[in-house]
Design a protein. Structure first.
Length: 413
């Protein structure tokens, strides 16, 4: 009686050990296999315990781990096609635990006996199927080198070990899936950062091209000017170069940080500066005028960002003109029909050029959307990005043949 109770306690202790197994990664999965095989081997008191899983659509029996009790070592095993395993697959489907206690019966197991059992002189075994979602997905094999009739306690433990193996496999699969999702999430985050950097690079290149076109025009003017006019145009040219340096610096200091809350500039000063920069675009049949109807023009935006907004809006307005036309720049207070922030200061750029239909207006702010043969589709999307970053608003109105007006609202100090 005491011997029976002692064995029962040993089996329960082994079950508790197996129930505590935790899998945290692929290497941990293999360690779990090895621990399960060793604890099970010691509990049932057999010579070997092997763990197999069915892979490749359950068509292949893959050896995961074998523990040899006499050697205390973990051994490698074969990888077998299910069709070569004789009656073993069907027997596992039919029985809770399959037992073979006579050596001559092993031949019925095909190559499983030939390649896995016979090299170690196994004469009897007990196999329990590992069942997941109603399918046999593996087996745990208790093997003895002597003829052995397995007791009911051993059969019961084998079934429990198979059930715990199924839980371990489930835990391992879930852990690896979570790890894969984490890696995928990190890759997506890195890809998003790289895409943002690529877009920033293209935006800077787009704006630099705009500045270079100004430089080209100014250089042409300088070649035709008299000496008295040269100093002012040289100052204008130096300002364009400074803007170019600031744009390239924005690549070197690329960051996803929020803009500082205490950055304010006087839009009146900046608009006048930018009008002198882009003035060479508006010569001959093209006119450029500035109208200021508000005195409070200090707004929350950094100087470089505002210059980028102005540069893109002015270039778009100039490109919208055909052989002649006018662009009007305004600084004003919001009006009731603006649908923009009350109390903001409004920068408005209006042209009397080609205008846009409703379909084009709807896509105008999309990155890389353009109707120009040589366009890049980054100007207006860059403006939208800057304005949103500083908590402002923007409204575009246009009509084919009558022109376009873009009103940008910045938070007023």
């Amino acid at each position: 009686m005491w011997e029976s109770r002692f064995k029962g306690l040993a089996y329960e202790t082994a079950r508790l050990k197996l129930a505590r197994i935790r899998v945290e990664g692929r290497q941990s999965r293999q360690k779990a296999y090895e621990y399960l095989a060793r604890v099970s081997c010691d509990a049932v008191n057999v010579d070997r315990v092997a763990l197999f899983t069915f892979v490749n659509g359950l068509n292949t029996l893959s050896h995961e781990c074998t523990y040899g009790r006499l050697t205390g070592r973990y051994e490698e095993g074969p990888r077998l096609g299910v069709e070569r395993c004789g009656s073993l697959p069907a027997a596992l489907q039919e029985r809770r635990v399959l037992t073979i206690d006579r050596e001559e019966q092993l031949v019925e197991l095909g190559d499983f006996a030939l390649e896995h059992l016979r090299p170690f002189n196994v004469k009897s075994l007990m196999c329990a199927p590992v069942i997941r979602e109603g399918k046999v997905t593996g087996l745990i094999s208790f093997e003895s080198t002597r003829p052995l009739r397995f007791s009911q306690e051993q059969l019961s433990f084998a079934g429990s070990a198979a059930d715990l193996t199924a839980l371990i496999l489930e835990q391992a699969d879930r852990t690896e899936l979570e790890a894969a999702l984490h890696v995928s999430s990190e890759l997506q985050h890195e890809n998003a950062k790289m895409q943002a950097l690529v877009r920033l690079s293209k935006t800077v290149a787009h704006d630099l091209n705009g500045l270079l076109s100004v430089v080209d025009i100014v250089a042409l003017e300088l070649s035709k000017m008299n000496r008295d006019e040269l100093p002012q145009r040289a100052i204008d040219l130096k300002g364009v170069v400074s803007m170019g340096r600031a744009l390239t610096q924005s690549l070197l200091t690329f960051s996803a940080d929020e803009p500082p809350l205490d950055v304010f500039v006087d839009l009146d000063e900046e608009v006048n500066h930018m009008l002198s920069v882009v003035g060479p675009w508006f010569t001959g049949p093209f006119r450029l005028t500035f109208d200021k109807s508000t005195e409070r023009t200090r707004a929350r935006v950094d100087r470089l960002s505002f210059q980028q907004v102005m540069l893109n809006l002015m270039k778009n307005a100039r490109d919208a003109l055909d052989s002649k036309g006018t662009v009007v720049v305004r600084l004003r207070d919001p009006q009731p029909d603006d649908a923009l922030r009350v109390g903001a200061v409004i920068l408005e750029v209006e042209d009397d050029g080609q205008g846009m239909d409703e379909t084009t207006q709807a896509k105008a702010a999309e990155p890389y959307f353009t109707t120009k043969p040589q366009g890049h589709g980054l100007g207006l999307s860059s403006v939208f990005g800057i304005v949103q970053r500083y908590g402002g608003g923007i409204r575009l109105t246009s009509k084919v043949g009558e022109g376009t007006r873009v009103a940008v609202a910045f938070q007023r100090k």
